[in-house]
Write a protein that binds this ligand. Structure first.
Ligand SMILES: C[S@@+](CC[C@H](N)C(=O)[O-])C[C@H]1O[C@@H](n2cnc3c(N)ncnc32)[C@H](O)[C@@H]1O
Length: 252
């Protein structure tokens, strides 16, 4: 087995990933369970395992729709996870399951951290943007956690770097994608830079195409992905191999 083949494990994340803890960051993009499609079945029981697999300073970025988050709201709490913030990924085209609803051109990614850890102890390198616009929020002092917003916290450093906006427009890999719900690696890069220190270990519990593996290689983080479909796991390994030089750092 090469170092590369260790990057993506084929199997059920509930069995595979807890043994590889602790993770500095977990990325989870499970089936949302929003449709009757055969592959779109909600996975149960993984949230408490993921929470326990996080370092105290770690956090979990979970992809989903509002519908899927509402369905697991109690489970998230019971697993010991606390909400931190969310971003909206806006894409150039969308999925239209209903003719009588808005065309859906976005996905949510929500960050959670361990409820037994204060937010101030969570690794959080908030990202700034070089292409600031008047609408871009200025960097503030370390922001309070939601629910503790007080007058006086919002003191901006005029002329300083600007915080990245929470709505991120990025084209999806339409046409080039190797997975039907593939996320763009640049989007994952933003989350990884924010929530995992250099050299830290990212666990990608529902790896699909391995897009997060590519993002880890490009940002200098270690990566361990898990994908239940062995054919997709092979494709993801090949995809990462095209980015990673052989022996380019195995996940520990
Ligand atoms: C929404 S897709 C992930 C797409 C991925 N983020 C990407 O950018 O390519 C969800 C993936 O989770 C996989 N999956 C479903 N149940 C799983 C489980 N119990 N353990 C690991 N992977 C699972 C599916 O086969 C599918 O490829």
């Amino acid at each position: 087995m090469t170092l590369l083949s260790e990057k993506i494990m084929a199997g059920d994340c509930r069995a595979v990933m807890p043994q590889r803890a602790p993770f500095d960051m977990i990325i989870a993009d499970p089936p949302y369970g929003d449709t009757s499609l055969v592959w779109d079945r909600r996975v149960v029981g993984w949230l408490p395992l993921a929470c326990r697999a996080l370092r105290p300073s770690g956090s979990l970025w979970l992809f989903g729709s509002l519908r899927s988050f509402m369905a697991v709201a109690a489970e998230l709490r019971e697993a010991g996870l606390r909400y931190a913030q969310e971003i909206v990924w806006e894409k150039q085209n969308g999925s239209g399951f209903h003719a009588d609803r808005f065309k859906r051109v976005h996905e949510l990614a929500v960050q959670f951290y361990r409820a037994d850890t204060p937010w101030s102890a969570v690794y959080n390198d908030v990202q700034t943007t070089p292409d600031a616009t008047a609408r871009t929020v200025r960097r503030k002092r370390r922001p309070p956690h939601t629910g503790h917003i007080e007058a006086g916290h919002y003191v901006s450093d005029d002329g300083g770097p600007r915080l990245m906006r929470s709505v991120v427009y990025l084209r999806n890999a339409h046409g080039r994608a190797i997975h039907p719900t593939e996320k763009p690696a640049p989007l994952l890069e933003i989350l990884i830079r924010t929530s995992c220190p250099q050299g830290g270990l990212v666990g990608d519990w529902f790896a699909g195409s391995g897009a997060a593996g590519e993002a880890c290689r490009l940002t200098g983080r270690r990566y361990l992905g898990c994908e239940i479909d062995p054919v997709m796991a092979d494709k993801a390994r090949a995809r990462i191999a095209a980015v990673l030089p052989l022996g380019g750092g195995a996940a520990s």
